[in-house]
Each structure stands twice: as C-alpha cells, then as structure tokens.
Design a protein around this ligand. Structure first.
Ligand SMILES: [Zn+2]
Length: 83
C-alpha cells in the first residue's frame, strides 16, 4: 500500500518541480534579463539583448551600458526588451 503512496507523492513532487522550474525561469527572465520591460530613447541599458521598437517592430541589438537611440527606422522612442 505505501508503495503507491510513494509513487503518488513522487509524481506530485515531479510535477511541482516542473511548475516551480518554469515559474522560476520566467521570473528570472523578467527580473534579471528584463524581458518584457519597456525602455525609452536616452535610457542606458543594463543588459545586452534585443530591443524591439513598439511602433515598427525594428529590433536593435544593444550591448550592456549603451544608450538607446531613437528607432533607426521610424524614430519612435519606446522599445520592448525581447531577448
Ligand atoms: Zn521603429
């Protein structure tokens, strides 16, 4: 009988670990990588990555410590970090 209990809690534990892992990864991407955050022209970016113009979709690749320029394609000033 207790063998099934062990199997049951093993499955529950594995599922919980997968959910926790997914959640932790998303939290890591949001807080550490700043994915999904909005940045504006003139801001100095703390992380390298792709910054996508909210207006035309142009993707700027910036290194850490660089200042965001206006969009090279449409001169818009708001970007979303996508990678
Ligand atoms: Zn643009």
């Amino acid at each position: 009988m207790s063998r099934w209990k062990t199997v049951f809690w093993g499955v529950v534990g594995a599922a919980a670990a997968v959910v926790a892992g997914t959640f932790a990864r998303r939290k890591y991407e949001e807080t550490v990588l700043e994915i999904g955050h909005e940045f504006r022209t003139g801001e100095v970016v703390a992380r390298e990555g792709g910054y996508q113009c909210e207006q035309c979709g142009y993707v700027l690749s910036l290194a850490a410590g660089k200042r965001l320029p206006p969009c090279p394609k449409c001169a818009h000033s708001r970007f979303l970090k996508i990678s």
